[in-house]
Design a protein around this ligand. Structure first.
Ligand SMILES: [Fe+2]
Length: 384
């Protein structure tokens, strides 16, 4: 069987990644449209990036109005500002997943000359502007993916835009930019990356290249998330998690997510729970359901990550994997829905709709074990 693997053209990781990327950035043109959020701007990270642009003689305009998960209104505003000067050679996003996702949508709107609300669902063709992504959290992996999710504020739905051309051309994964993430952001984002890597490994679409990236990411998140959670300034842990996040992005870009992400998105949309947290809440429950359809895969992952012994049966190794996942969530103090303050009756009211939405996303169908609407309903009910 043959496989296709799509990734950014250039990826810089590790200490001083930004400095190392300097010479390559010069090849992208003379003027950049920089997309970021007010916080990243305020704490000086955006400035660190524009200082580098200054050093190499690139002019820029900073748009810092991505204030949270991107909406059509933010995209429209950015496009308007872009068009005021209209002489930019490339786009550069610095921030969490939101500015990076926004950059992809801005590029799609500028290239297709369409309203953002009409870009949903279709495969985005060639885009006009090269893109550079500089993440400041270690989790979404958006710097390496072809997806972007934008909220349609008129209809209150999340639009998925996708296309190989939306994969950023360059990813600069500078670990020091993640030092400012507090305990919760560190845990939620790293567990999002954990889901990307482990879901891709146990997906029907897994392939040899993503499998090796998954093993490395899962192993490092097991080992280094507890360290970074305890001490956000641990240099080695931050570096390992930032690479794991990029690996997770490459994994989902080429092998997709499965049941966890499929069930997590509807919870996020309806109950406004951060993406990484709703994934983490679902993680042990979904894998507990999925392992008996893929003992070989889960067992192999557990052995590769040295959570299980070589001599363990696949069943024992898979069970050890799920137990270790539960332990990691406990270390990171992942709350239950109840502890997070979600109203049980309100949640139950939406279970049927959430199960339908989860299946419609297509992600649960990537799980090796056959998965019905009844199974999904049972997992949602099991979260209480
Ligand atoms: Fe995710």
């Amino acid at each position: 069987m043959g496989y296709r693997f799509v990734a950014p053209n250039e990826m810089f990781t590790g200490e001083n990644a930004l400095q190392l990327a300097k010479e390559s950035i010069k090849n992208y043109g003379k003027k950049a449209f920089v997309i970021t959020g007010p916080n990243v701007n305020k704490i000086g990270i955006a400035k660190e990036v524009t200082n580098v642009l200054d050093e190499v003689g690139i002019k820029y305009r900073v748009f810092d109005k991505i204030t949270g998960e991107p909406t059509d209104e933010m995209i429209d505003l950015a496009v308007e500002e872009f068009k005021e000067e209209n002489d930019f050679d490339f786009l550069l996003a610095v921030g969490g997943g939101s500015p990076i996702d926004s950059m992809k949508a801005i590029n799609a709107v500028l290239s297709l000359n369409k309203n953002i609300d009409n870009c949903s669902g279709e495969e985005i063709g060639k885009v006009k502007y090269p893109m550079i992504a500089i993440p400041t959290t270690a989790g979404t992996g958006s710097e390496a993916t072809k997806f972007t999710i934008i909220t349609d504020t008129k209809n209150n739905v999340k639009m998925l835009l996708k296309g190989d051309s939306l994969v950023p051309n360059m990813a600069i994964v500078e670990p020091k930019f993640t030092y400012t993430s507090g305990q919760n952001v560190t845990a939620f984002t790293a567990l999002d990356a954990f889901c990307h890597a482990s879901e891709a490994y146990t997906s029907r679409k897994s392939q040899p290249l993503t499998e090796s990236l998954s093993v490395s990411a899962v192993k490092n998140i097991f080992q280094y998330l507890p360290i970074a959670y305890e001490n956000g300034n641990d240099k080695v842990a931050r570096e390992k998690l930032s690479v794991a996040s990029l690996q997770g992005g490459l994994c989902i870009n080429n092998s997709s997510v499965t049941l966890i992400h499929g069930m997590s998105r509807p919870i996020g949309a309806l109950f406004h729970i951060p993406h990484g947290l709703s994934n983490a809440m679902l993680l042990p429950h979904c894998f507990e359901f999925a392992i008996d359809g893929a003992y070989e895969k889960f067992g192999k992952l557990a052995k590769e990550c040295m959570i299980a012994d070589k001599g363990d049966s696949d069943i024992i190794a898979s069970e050890k994997f799920v137990a270790k996942v539960k332990e990691l969530c406990a270390i990171c103090n992942i709350p239950t829905l109840k502890e997070y303050g979600v109203d049980k009756a309100e949640f139950e009211k939406y279970i049927d709709k959430m199960a339908t939405d989860a299946l419609e996303s297509g992600s649960p169908q990537n799980t090796i074990k056959e998965c019905t609407k009844e199974n999904i309903v049972a997992i949602y009910n099991g979260l209480w």
